[in-house]
Design a protein around this ligand. Structure first.
Ligand code: UDP
Length: 244
């Protein structure tokens, strides 16, 4: 598998199908694995937060979540073939979980949303086994309680929807203690599946304009979107012209 690096953050050149196939192989090796879905905001956050940078570097699989990453990869002369978003991974893994009998735990999002997302997926993928759902919070004080919920449920896969970097740091701190073979930070995926944030029209998604849609839906995200669509490309281009 080819792995490229953007501003210190590794990203794997995988298609959606290859990502699921790879995860399938990881599930049988007896180790614990963390998957990250990297978007431009992740890369910018990692420039400021060394712990987050380390977690992204230690992940077993890092997918390119967003057109911005694909464009940057091309500018740097290391093109990637396909975008693999958190929503796509969750959907495909739910489907694969039915085949393999994997049980999934849904952690995070607003109260009740994880349950609804799990129900939607169970409706789509008949036979999907939900190990548990819990909103909780990424606060360190709540960690022992959240861990206990997951230990009691004993899932094979854990989806964590606390937004980055909190969700990815949460997994890195807790995965060995809860002993879940595969854990993925999935951001706003539960909200999207449930329809709290209406999905961007297909044409916007295809053209890489999902950020315009998000700005229209959630104007409070302006700073984050500015980071992703202005600071990120500028930083990548500066790196390219410096040739390092
Ligand atoms: N969230 C949460 N607890 C928190 C902060 C966020 O459960 O303390 C959830 C929030 O409800 C949403 C998700 O985390 O479902 C964040 O989604 P976002 O699209 O912001 O993810 P990001 O793009 O930051 O990865």
């Amino acid at each position: 598998m080819k792995r490229i690096v953007i501003l210190g953050v590794p990203i794997d050149d995988v298609t959606e199908q290859e990502a699921v196939k790879y995860i399938d192989s990881l599930m049988n090796d007896g180790q614990l694995h963390q998957v990250v879905t990297v978007n431009p905001e992740f890369v910018m956050e990692a420039q400021r937060d060394q712990r987050f940078m380390q977690v992204l570097n230690d992940a077993s699989l890092a997918t390119a979540d967003g057109m911005g990453i694909l464009l940057a990869a091309r500018w740097l002369g290391t093109p990637l073939r396909e975008r693999v978003t958190g929503v796509a991974l969750v959907e495909r893994l739910a489907k694969q979980a039915v085949i393999r009998g994997w049980r999934i735990f849904f952690l995070g999002a607003a109260p009740g949303v994880a349950e609804k997302a799990a129900q939607v997926l169970r409706h789509r993928y008949a036979g999907l086994q939900i190990a548990g759902c819990y909103a909780g919070s990424p606060s360190i004080i709540e960690e022992p309680y959240v861990r206990q919920q997951i230990l009691d449920a004993n899932p094979d896969i854990l989806f964590v929807a606390y937004g980055h970097p909190a969700q990815d740091l949460w997994i890195a701190r807790n995965q060995t203690l809860i002993n879940v073979p595969l854990a993925i930070g999935v951001g706003g995926t539960f909200d999207e599946i449930v329809g709290i944030v209406p999905p961007a029209p297909a044409w916007m998604h295809t053209m890489g304009l999902k950020w315009v849609w998000r700005l229209m839906q959630q104007p409070r995200r302006f700073k984050r979107i500015f980071n992703a669509v202005v600071l990120f490309p500028v930083s990548v281009l500066m790196r390219r012209f410096r040739g390092s």
